[in-house]
Design a binder for this molecule. Structure first.
Ligand SMILES: *Cc1c(COP(=O)(O)O)cnc(C)c1O
Length: 389
């Protein structure tokens, strides 16, 4: 059986007539950059997320970059980021000539560890960038309390988490000063190219973000501030306008798939519970845990990725590849081990949980259109892995 890590064609097949019509109408309009499709998307997303301002931008990376620019993060300022995330989270900090300061993760959620944030704050610290990794909220109560105490800005990296609700029901990305999302095709809500979004409840920040999206000119050709070309195009907005009403349904399917993995791993005797941290005879696969489940909160986890820990990760990955199961390592190299950040002289031993995640985790297929047979096959192949126990 073939089980790819992701099958975008399967999703396209379910919405093809609607999407094709929307894309065609953009071609007929010949209105390609910003414009009515983008305004419609921004309005829908602001409503969906429950936030005052939603501003479409050119990518998730550019969402993070424009957020730091709008907050006026300056050369030499320190910005706290988890060391375990997609590269953009730290890369944007360096691109505004600020200093990324790395923090370890919580081993259960894979998200930034609030206790380690406190330990890394200095008089130069200006902002914290929590990431809602794999589609689960970071510890926002603790993070917001630290930010308030030290007067720091909070930029949420929700690139993998659009629609995720924190335990109080708020959408992640709307809790800090600015929230950032990505519409890269492989994300939960993906377009047909690059795209992203920034959101804020702050009118002054929204005004700056709007101006900075078009090179900082207002009126056009008159620049009080410097921005960039951070525009989203109408074709992407048209695709997203079709897809957004499906998002909660897709998230529910991802959660169902995750629940089926848990059930099958337990039935096969490979695991006993979610969130376990130690291998033993009855636990050769360690399963992810949704920690913020609360009554009335539906999207407590949207499983952008389903990430497990196994004993012989690299051998397991090669074996699954031979059996037709697509997997990925998110992420093999934490920031403190990246060559480009060697000049920061971070101490490897300060990041035990990130190092363990980089060395021992593997993502298995979780996309909404997976069949239960395919999920059963993935679990069966992991169970048959030679010497896996
Ligand atoms: C995908 C991703 C980004 C970057 O988004 P792009 O749209 O690819 O630029 C940033 N942060 C995280 C955590 C991501 O997963």
């Amino acid at each position: 059986m073939n089980v790819p890590l992701l099958d975008l064609k399967a999703q396209y097949a379910t919405i093809k007539p609607e999407v094709d019509k929307a894309v065609m109408s953009v071609m007929e309009s010949q209105y390609f950059i910003l414009g009515p499709e983008v305004e419609k998307l921004e309005k829908s997303l602001a409503g969906y997320l429950g936030v005052k301002h939603a501003i479409g931008v050119s990518s998730g990376t550019d969402a993070l970059l424009i957020a730091l620019m709008a907050l006026d993060i300056k050369p030499g300022d320190e910005v706290i980021v988890p060391t375990f995330s997609f590269f953009a989270t730290a890369g944007v900090v360096s691109r505004v000539n600020a200093v990324p300061v790395f923090v370890d993760i919580d081993p259960v959620t894979f998200n930034i560890d609030p206790a380690d944030i406190e330990a890394k704050i200095t008089p130069k610290t200006k902002a914290i960038v929590p990431v809602h990794l794999y589609g689960q909220s970071a510890a926002m109560d603790e993070i917001m309390a630290i930010a308030k105490k030290h007067n720091l800005a909070v930029v949420e990296d929700g690139a993998q988490a659009i629609g995720v609700q924190y335990k109080d029901g708020r959408a992640v990305g709307t809790i800090g000063d600015i929230g950032c999302y990505s519409f890269f095709p492989s994300k939960n809500l993906g377009c047909f190219g690059d795209g992203g979004l920034v959101v804020t409840n702050d009118d002054a920040l929204a005004e700056r973000l709007h101006i900075m999206r078009v090179h900082g000119g207002k009126p056009k050709y008159y620049h009080k501030i410097i921005g960039g070309n951070f525009r989203i195009d109408a074709m992407q907005a048209a695709v997203l306008n079709v897809k957004l009403p499906h998002l909660d349904g897709w998230s529910a399917k991802r959660r169902e798939n995750a629940a089926l993995y848990t059930k099958l791993f337990c039935e096969k005797g490979l695991a006993e519970e979610t969130g376990r941290q130690v291998f033993d005879a009855k636990n050769s696969v360690l399963l992810p845990k949704a920690v913020y489940q609360a009554s009335g909160v539906k999207n407590f986890h949207i499983f952008n990725q389903y990430v497990i820990r196994v004993r012989q990760r690299d051998a397991m990955r090669a074996y699954l590849g031979e059996k037709g199961v697509g997997t990925e390592i998110y992420y093999p190299v934490p920031f403190h081990r990246q060559e480009c950040f060697a000049y920061l002289n971070a101490v490897d031993a300060q990041f035990p949980h990130s190092n363990a995640a980089a060395e021992g985790t593997i993502a298995v297929p979780i996309y909404p259109e997976l069949s239960s047979e395919q999920i059963g096959y993935v679990v069966e192949m992991i169970a048959q892995f030679p010497n896996g126990k």
